[in-house]
Design a protein around this ligand. Structure first.
Ligand code: BJW
Ligand code: ZN
Length: 241
């Protein structure tokens, strides 16, 4: 298999999406078996949906918590953890996944762009987000500091991503100047912004761009190299030293 040239001097920025966790048993959002085929994302993953029916949103995220709690990283996650081991601070992983499987596999330089499934925060007060693995299936839980409704620490449609994540990506790309740079996206349909725009940012910084996906997504033409296949099979071969 053709591989990106990754030497000790190379910087690698990785973007992952739901496809990378599919082989671990976590449903994707779009495509066959995707969550948004049977669930209306306007009701479940938007601030308006939460305001309308917080208990319904919590039932959905409680189910997602129970699924993810029973899942383990797959060889695709392991290949990315091994790459970080090799590259150290020349490696950065931006993930759209909220399942925590990259950290479970051993990655530490991880930006969870869309939040974390096992973290909650108050929708009213400024209590910091906290770990919460509980299932809230009957009703939406209340904050024990202010009595407001707790919500999943997830970035819903129409909500801003944490600006510090983009600052960290920019700083990484700045450090990569005058070094070989590879941008690798895996398991993402490339339709949700701003994550889908990262390939263009990386190209502006001179990155060689690679995409690994089970199906050719609409934005495949924005990458210089496309490898079609399951990330649990392709990533170990693509990233083998
Ligand atoms: C495999 C595989 C295997 C399968 N191996 N591959 C027009 C209208 C309305 C809104 C917008 C608009 N244009 C832009 C917007 C903004 C919107 C957006 O992008 N919408 C588009 C849908 C059009 N974006 C936002 O709202 C974002 N916020 C924002 O822009 O803020 C602006 C702002 C600034 C200042 C103030 C206020 C606001 C936020 C986006 C948040 C996304 N959230 C979600 C749900 C919550 C997370 C959760 O509950 O888990 O995040 S949506 C959902 O999509 C989830 C994912 O992270 C995200 C991306 O999906 P992903 O990862 O690509 O998965 P899939 O399922 O789409 O694709 C999987 C792929 O894998 C497929 O291609 C398969 O083939 C493949 N695959 N198995 C390899 N084994
Ligand atoms: Zn509170």
């Amino acid at each position: 298999m053709k591989q990106p040239a990754i030497g000790a001097d190379t910087f690698v920025l990785v973007l992952t999406g739901a496809g990378v966790s599919a082989e671990s048993g976590i449903p994707t959002f779009r495509g066959s078996g995707g969550l948004w085929n049977d669930h209306r994302f306007e009701e479940l993953a938007s601030p308006e949906g939460f305001a309308r029916d917080p208990a319904l949103v919590w039932r959905f995220y409680s189910w997602r918590r129970s699924v993810a709690a029973g899942c383990a990283p797959n060889p695709g996650h392991a290949a990315l953890a091994a790459l970080e081991q090799r590259l150290g601070d020349h490696f950065l992983l931006a993930t759209q996944n909220v399942d925590g499987l990259h950290r479970a596999a051993g990655n530490t330089r991880v930006l969870e762009l869309h939040g974390n499934l096992f973290t909650s925060r108050c929708s009213r007060c400024d209590r910091p987000p906290f770990e919460d693995r509980a299932l809230h299936e009957a009703r939406a839980p209340a904050c024990d500091r202010c009595g407001g409704l707790l919500r999943p620490h997830i970035v819903w449609f129409g909500e801003a991503l944490d600006p510090s994540h983009f600052e960290a990506i920019e700083a990484f790309l700045e450090r990569a100047r005058a070094h070989p740079l590879v941008f690798l996206a895996a398991g993402t349909s490339g339709v949700v912004y701003p994550a889908a725009g990262l390939v263009d940012v990386a190209r502006r910084f001179g990155a060689e761009t690679w995409l690994v996906n089970a199906d050719p997504p609409d934005n495949a033409h924005r990458f210089q190299h496309f490898v079609q296949g399951r990330s649990g099979e392709v990533l170990p071969a693509l990233l083998a030293p």
